[in-house]
Each structure stands twice: as C-alpha cells, then as structure tokens.
Design a protein around this ligand. Structure first.
Ligand code: ADP
Ligand code: NA
Length: 339
C-alpha cells in the first residue's frame, strides 16, 4: 500500500465525552494499532480552534493538560503517533493566513455550521467573531500542513473536509504545481451519540448541563446516575426507532457501539434481544457496559494526569515532530507563492 498520513484533531475544551470516544477517539487508536509501517499518524489538540469562543485562560490551560492525559489514557502512544498542541506549531496559523488569501468568503458563508451559528446568534453581526467564520480555513491548514492523505472525522465535519480539498486543489491550480495534497475523508462508522438530557441534540462538551454527557473520567457511580436520569419515554418495551424514540434508541446505540456488543450486525438485531427489558433494566445494562468500556481509560487517565513531567515531555516531543512534518510543506508553499 502507498504511504499514508492520517491527521485528526480534538478541541481541548474539557475531558472528552462518550460521543467523542465512540465517534472519533476510539478510531484514532484503532488506526494507530493497525497501521502498517509506512503510515504516519498525527493527532492534535486544537487549542487555536478552542479560542474561537471566549475561554478562561486558567481553565483552558488545565483542559489542555487533561486532554493530553486523556489521549494517552485511551491508548495513543507517543512513539507511534505524533501528539501535540496545535499552538506549539506556528506553521498551522501561518499556512492558514496564506490559504485565507485563496479561500472564498462566499463558500465559507455557506457552511452549515456558520449558518447555524449566525441563525442562533441574537446579537448583531458586529459581535460575531472573524475567527468563528474562518475556522474552516484553519482546519484546512491543520490537515494540509501535514500533507495528510486521510482524515477520520464525524459526520458533522464532512463539509469542512470538502472545503479543505477545495482549498488544496485551488492552491495547486493557482500556482501550477502539486504542493498541497487533497485529503480523503474517513467518516466514522458510529452514529452520533446524543445528549442524555435532550436526545434530539448531540452529546457535546459545551452544553451547560453536565448530566447531558458521560465523561471518560466519570466514576462508575456517576455513570450509573447519569444513565438512570437519561430522558427516554413511557412506551412499553424496548424498540430501536431513532425517529420516534430518540432517547431509547440513543441508549441502544451506545450499547451497540461499546466493546461488549461486537456480535450484533445492527442496532435492530440488538434491540430484538432487549425487547422484553424494562426501561430500568435497559439502563442498568447500558451503565454496566459503559463502565466496562471506559474503566481502564479512567484508571489510566488518573495515572497520566499525575505525571506532570511526563505530560510536558510528551507535548514537547510531539511539537518537535509536528514542526518537522509542517516545515517541509511550508517550504514548498512559500516557494510556490514567492515568499
Ligand atoms: P465537541 O463537539 O464535544 O466539542 P469536538 O468538536 O472537539 O467535540 O469534536 C471532536 C471529535 O469528536 C470530532 O471528530 C467530532 O466529530 C466527534 N464528536 C463530537 N461530538 C460527538 C458526538 N456526540 N457523537 C459522535 N461523535 C462526536
Ligand atoms: Na464539535
């Protein structure tokens, strides 16, 4: 197989939740562990993306540390994967600027996430930040600066990946050489994990209600409490029907995607075996399975979080490797542009 470079990122805006894990992070580890020798893996804590909304500096610093500890806890190995804080490698922001001079504002304005944000924004456009508008350009730079060939992301990111391909092709066309590599999107096979309190919304780090998500660091007791309080419905019996029974179906999805249930070909098949359970029994089963899936992560996380020196070392080594990977691209980009 031809050499591959895999790139992905996560915002260091709190301990990752079960949705991040099942939808993205678990796949990062699978890719790492199954990778042939000629594959490079580059995983970034994208702190520059995190500041598109206001962050408390002390809090953000703590989150960055926790997020790095969590990447190690889920099984990423700094000897196999490049793991780094985005802001430690200035080439990301530098390439973003150069690409900004190529990217069309019309295309960016049509992005679903921007349209959603502007639709929800009650304040005037005076208050909307430029960084929120242009962050897909930074995301494109993140990917392109490492010459990624494959980018594993959730469904919500497919449009941004298309934009990154467009930017790469546009740049190559403008300057008449193949400097940037248009990446392939690897969409996560897992369905989105929904909020436990509002199953019509996705589970998210930024939702104000902490009971809406299960964190990878939650204790067994907390997991049980949150799942017990999950919003479901009062229909008798268990069926899989994401449209009409989003709460119950979300619990079935979680069960289905957790480690204990690889044998079921589909959520429907799993639901058939659960049909006779009470809601309470289903929730007990979900809590048990989630606990089994993440208990080793929680233990490992506690260990890494206490090893401050190790975390600093991992971050420094990751930054050095990532800077090297980016330097090759920046040289070619600057030469093409005339800088
Ligand atoms: P959040 O949206 O919680 O702030 P990020 O934006 O940092 O998380 O996303 C990191 C990764 O996790 C992305 O690949 C994203 O697609 C995935 N992801 C985020 N939330 C979910 C979810 N509820 N279900 C599945 N995948 C998710
Ligand atoms: Na997100």
């Amino acid at each position: 197989t031809p050499p591959r470079t895999i790139f992905s990122g996560i915002q260091p805006t709190g301990v990752p939740h079960l949705g991040n894990y099942l939808g993205a992070l678990r796949q990062w580890v699978t890719l790492q562990d199954g990778a042939p020798r000629n594959t490079s893996l580059v995983y970034s804590l994208v702190d520059l993306h995190a500041i598109t909304v206001r962050q408390d500096p002390k809090q953000l610093r703590q989150w960055k540390k926790e997020s790095l500890a969590m990447l190690l806890a889920i099984g990423l190995d700094p000897n196999k994967s490049i793991i780094f804080h985005q802001s430690d490698v200035p080439a990301h922001a530098e390439l973003m600027w150069i690409l900004s001079c190529q990217a069309s504002t019309g295309y960016l304005g049509r992005m679903t996430q921007w349209k959603d944000k502007t639709a929800n924004e009650k304040d005037s456009s005076e208050k909307l930040k430029l960084g929120l508008f242009s962050y897909p350009v930074l995301q494109a730079a993140d990917i392109l600066v490492h010459r990624a060939t494959h980018v594993p992301v959730g469904h919500d990111q497919a449009q941004h990946l298309e934009f990154a391909r467009e930017v790469a092709n546009g740049f190559n066309h403008t300057f008449g050489r193949d400097v940037l590599i248009p990446p392939e999107t690897m969409i996560s096979p897992a369905r989105r994990v929904m909020s436990l309190r509002d199953p019509m919304a996705k589970m998210s780090k930024s939702h104000p209600d902490p009971n809406s998500r299960i964190l990878l660091a939650d204790s067994e007791e907390t997991i049980r409490r949150k799942i017990k309080a999950a919003v479901t419905d009062s229909v008798d019996g268990i069926t899989y029907d994401p449209e009409d029974r989003p709460g119950v179906s979300n619990l079935i999805d979680i069960l289905y995607h957790c480690d204990a249930h690889p044998a079921y070909p589909s959520q429907d098949e799993l639901a058939k075996d659960l049909a006779g359970l009470s809601m309470r029994a289903l929730k007990d089963r979900v809590a048990e399975t989630v606990q089994t899936t993440i208990k080793h992560i929680r233990a490992s996380y506690a260990h890494f979080l206490n090893e401050n020196d190790d975390l600093d070392k991992v971050a420094a080594q990751g930054a050095e490797k990532a800077a090297k990977s980016a330097a090759t691209t920046m040289k070619a980009v600057k030469s093409a542009v005339g800088l």
